[in-house]
Design a binder for this molecule. Structure first.
Ligand code: ME8
Length: 568
């Protein structure tokens, strides 16, 4: 297996620490984590960045209401966010907070460079302002007189401010989508953005003077930098760009090492973002980079929303739920990821999020769907395959099972989609199992290239079901009754152990905990996994399996929902 296939830089949005995160935020981070783990397993040098977007009027207002300074307020929420990602085993390489010195000093430098380039000018801004979204809107953009993003009322606002000459980038942005359509996926989002730009781009107001919780504009006191200019910059400030002068660099931390990171990882392979912030990432962000003369990210991918009762699952719904204000119906839908993990475990939550929703589309969030998936796919299909295999292995062979002698050569997929090396005398059921086993990795790779997490898992589960069916077809318990069937029984159980080993490789990016448990029960090193291991059958000379705990408990769904209603 080739190591070192190059670099892969993936980011999530940086979340507003206005309140605790809900399962909708978890969705994006879980996808990014699965992709980061997948690429690492394939041998890429991965940089996975996440973080928090801590400035702006909204945070200041919320902190005031809580009787705290904005810094104190965000410190509390961010600690919870980090705990959540630790509980979910999110494998980020860096976590950037926009209140960190390493970020702030670089955002100021970015502002200066845009100004020196002649792309920033001073003027007066008047427009419709949506405070919760931190967005100014023009008359035509309003929907029914309200904010087009969140539907809340907007207010007329006027202030002295700095502007970025966004309008001058319209043609270059349209050319970008035309020349590099893969820059913005899926296509529906690209079409929306093309329409948006064709309607005409206004210059962007990039400073505020009505509040002070932000990065100060470096060339004038009393103004802070617009939170989106501040936030979008995180994708490069985290890599140490721009390099700063000696005095500033000391304050900002280990600059030399960081700017090496920029050379190594930029441009990003993908910025994963929710659909409502595609506009910021595919219009403002590339225009800023064009102005700075820096390369553009390779791709922006917009995902859909998790919906609750038809509307976007939001932080305010989480708070209502936590305070019990929205009654019984919503309490059947736990939306707090911490509680979901406590009740069902991190792999069940990850599996549900990745398997249930189609990237780019909205989907209804429903707790019973999670419970059904847990019972059928995890406890039944995967859990049973493991417990049946290790159980029979223990019972018939004291857990020790050797590779059949006829497997001496390597059995592997060939480039034309077939399999080489299956012994000529192998029964048809074995052929079918092995052929399917060795085709899954390629299918998963194809789906992952297109961010089809659900289809990648579907392909893996097709193989898991096939392996269970193999047990029913080969009837090991019948073979065990007959001394003459012992050789065949050994082959059958070896094939099952190998299938499970391949499953442990295939699921590692998605269900990393279950992968380790399966490997432990197979007697293999739990963490020594390479993607290439899913492309060969008969790799392990001898298994010494041990029967362990069930991977997933079966849940009595009615009882569980009743317990939740009762607040247990
Ligand atoms: O927008 N379903 O932060 P944010 C799916 N700070 N995704 C959801 C969701 C749901 N119900 N609710 C929220 C911001 N999200 C900015 C980003 S990046 C430079 C700055 C997703 O905390 C949402 O789509 O409001 C967005 O991508 C992300 O959570 C962060 O939302």
């Amino acid at each position: 297996m080739t190591k070192d296939r190059g670099t892969y830089y993936i980011t999530t949005p940086i979340y507003y620490p206005s309140a605790n995160l809900h399962v909708g935020h978890t969705y994006c981070t879980v996808m990014a984590d699965a992709m980061a783990r997948f690429k690492r397993l394939q041998g890429y040098d991965v940089m996975f960045l996440t973080g928090t977007d801590e400035h702006g009027q909204k945070i200041q207002t919320i902190a005031d209401a809580a009787g705290k300074s904005p810094q104190e307020y965000v410190d509390g929420i961010v600690a919870g966010v980090k705990e959540l990602w630790a509980a979910m085993e999110i494998s980020y390489d860096d976590f950037i907070r926009t209140t960190e010195e390493r970020h702030k000093s670089r955002v100021q430098e970015i502002f200066r460079r845009l100004y020196d380039k002649g792309d920033i000018y001073r003027g007066v801004y008047e427009g419709w302002y949506c405070a919760p979204c931190e967005s100014f809107w023009t008359d035509v953009q309003l929907v029914g007189g309200n904010c087009p993003d969140c539907g809340r009322p907007v207010e007329r606002a006027k202030e002295d401010a700095y502007f970025f000459k966004l309008s001058e980038y319209a043609d270059r942005l349209l050319a970008l989508y035309e020349e590099r359509p893969e820059f913005l996926e899926p296509e529906t989002r690209r079409n929306e953005m093309t329409q948006f730009i064709k309607q005409g781009l206004d210059d962007l107001c990039i400073s505020r003077s009505s509040f002070d919780w932000g990065v100060p504009v470096p060339i004038e006191e009393g103004q802070v930098i617009y939170v989106w200019l501040d936030a979008l910059s995180n994708y490069i400030t985290a890599l140490g760009w721009p390099e700063l002068g000696a005095g500033e660099s000391e304050a900002a931390g280990a600059v030399e090492e960081n700017s090496d990171k920029y050379r190594k990882y930029w441009p990003a392979d993908v910025h994963l973002v929710g659909k409502e912030i595609v506009r910021f990432h595919s219009v403002i962000w590339p225009a800023m980079l064009m102005s700075l003369g820096e390369p553009l990210p390779k791709q922006i991918r917009g995902h859909g929303w998790l919906l609750l009762d038809g509307g976007k699952l939001s932080k305010s719904k989480l708070m209502e739920k936590n305070s019990g204000a929205d009654g019984a119906a919503a309490s059947r839908n736990i939306v707090d990821p911490v509680e979901l993990i406590e009740r069902y475990g991190v792999d069940a939550l990850k599996y549900f999020l990745l398997r249930e929703y189609t990237f780019g589309q909205d989907g209804q969030y429903q707790l019973d769907t999670l419970l059904h998936r847990m019972n059928s796919d995890l406890a039944n299909d995967l859990g049973n395959l493991l417990s049946r295999t290790t159980g029979m292995n223990g019972k018939y062979f004291d857990g020790v099972i050797a590779r059949p002698v006829s497997y001496s050569g390597s059995i592997a997929a060939n480039p034309s989609g077939g399999v080489d090396g299956i012994p000529p005398g192998a029964p048809d059921v074995d052929r079918a199992l092995i052929t399917l086993a060795l085709g899954v990795a390629v299918r998963v790779e194809g789906h992952m290239d297109r961010f089809e997490f659900n289809r990648a898992l579907e392909a893996i589960w097709e193989f898991i079901s096939r392996s269970n069916k193999y047990i029913d077809e080969t009837e090991p318990w019948a073979l065990a009754k007959d001394e003459g069937g012992r050789g065949r029984l050994g082959e059958v159980l070896y094939n099952l152990a190998e299938s499970l080993r391949i499953v442990s490789v295939l699921i590692q990016p998605f269900l990393h905990w279950s992968s380790e448990k399966i490997r432990e029960q197979l007697g293999l090193d739990p963490t020594d996994v390479e993607w290439g291991g899913a492309r060969a059958f008969g790799l392990v000379g001898e298994y010494r399996t041990v029967k362990g705990d069930n991977l997933f408990p079966r849940i009595d769904i009615e009882k569980e929902l009743a317990a939740i209603e009762a607040g247990e």
